[in-house]
Write a protein that binds this ligand. Structure first.
Ligand code: FES
Length: 331
């Protein structure tokens, strides 16, 4: 599993845990790390940058693989902008006290890529995660989080606990499917639960001894199919372990594999992207031709589905199912 570039956010205190975990993950894919420091004054910048340089040296990560930039401004904005500019695949930040800081909450909504929120602790630079809990509600967006979680588990030789919260019958079908499609070579257990999604996910992950929870940044659905946008935030707030928030709505083109589609951002415009078997990317408007809602990739059916009235389009934009009658136009 490769992240392209990893951006580590720092608010002035060099965070040894976030950097050590970023370093361990970077080693998997020989990835470069960019540390973004948000400060307010030049003198503070200088001393913070010196501290960061010392932390890099102590972490054992080769200095040539680490770049540092320092800016004045809000940490979430600066980190998100750097990730966008560098086409980064992952942002790593410290949890910031017992509860995630405002910057972490903002990044969980606004990061242009996956986000890893690290709980400060001593770290020896070894494989950071052995037991990974993946939260799912069987939706197409949770599917992408599951795929990222299984990819990470495969890279780290970790086991997976797939936690489904919702109707049991749906869970039996979707979790079996998810494991078959994304993780048939990964040792995994399935947990089918009902109740408050965030509470059940945290409880099941703790019971399984997981050291990481993977969840999509899009809200999960409750028992009545109601979208619960606060589930990722509640998990971030209350989990005692690290949380990997997978970007499930917008994706980076560089994260799409052959045969996969997704909705990507190009200069502020949302586009439906599909990578064919030869690795060529095809870009279409992501706006449904019925009434203009933004479509989402459905990996099970390999279609772009509209959440508003159920229109579905093939990877080439052709209408598979109405009410839309016109294809998605090329971008
Ligand atoms: S807007 Fe897409 S189906 Fe109506």
């Amino acid at each position: 599993m490769e992240f392209g570039r990893i951006v580590v956010g720092s608010d002035g205190t060099p965070d040894a845990s976030a950097l050590a975990i970023a370093g361990a993950l970077a080693a998997i894919g020989d990835t470069r790390i960019e540390i973004v420091h948000a400060g307010t004054e030049d003198a503070v910048h200088d001393s913070a940058m010196a501290d960061i340089a010392a932390t890099v040296m102590m972490s054992g990560i080769p200095g040539w693989r680490v770049g540092t930039t320092s800016h004045t401004g809000n940490l979430a904005d600066l980190v998100a902008a750097a990730a966008e500019r560098l086409d980064a695949g992952l942002i790593v930040v410290d949890r910031g006290g017992r509860r995630p800081a405002h910057a972490v909450h903002r990044l969980s909504h606004e990061a242009p890529c996956d986000l890893l929120v690290v709980t400060p602790r001593p770290h020896d630079g070894s494989v950071p995660y052995r037991k990974i809990a993946i939260a799912t509600d069987g939706s197409a967006t949770a599917d992408r989080a599951a795929r990222r979680g299984f990819d990470l588990a495969r890279s780290l030789d970790a086991t997976v606990d797939l936690i489904f919260v919702g109707r049991r019958a749906t869970g039996e079908l979707t979790t079996t499917d998810t494991v078959a499609v994304y993780g048939d070579d990964v040792a995994s257990s399935i947990h089918l639960l009902e109740g408050d999604p965030a509470g059940k996910i945290i409880e099941a992950a703790a019971g399984a001894g997981s050291d990481l929870i993977v969840i999509g940044n899009k809200g999960m659905t409750g028992m009545r199919g109601v979208l619960l946008g606060s589930v990722p935030k509640a998990v971030l707030d209350h989990a005692a372990v690290d949380v990997f928030v997978s970007r499930t709505i917008r994706q980076l083109e560089s994260q799409l594999s052959p045969g996969e589609g997704g909705v990507v951002d190009r200069h502020g415009e949302q586009l439906a992207a599909f990578v064919d078997d030869d690795g060529a990317t095809h870009l279409l408007s992501a706006r449904c031709t019925h009434l203009g809602c933004i479509v989402a990739w459905n990996p099970a059916e390999r279609t772009f589905d509209c959440p508003c009235h159920g229109s579905r389009f093939g990877p080439d934009g052709a209408v598979v199912q109405g009410p839309a009658s016109r294809p998605l136009p090329p971008a």
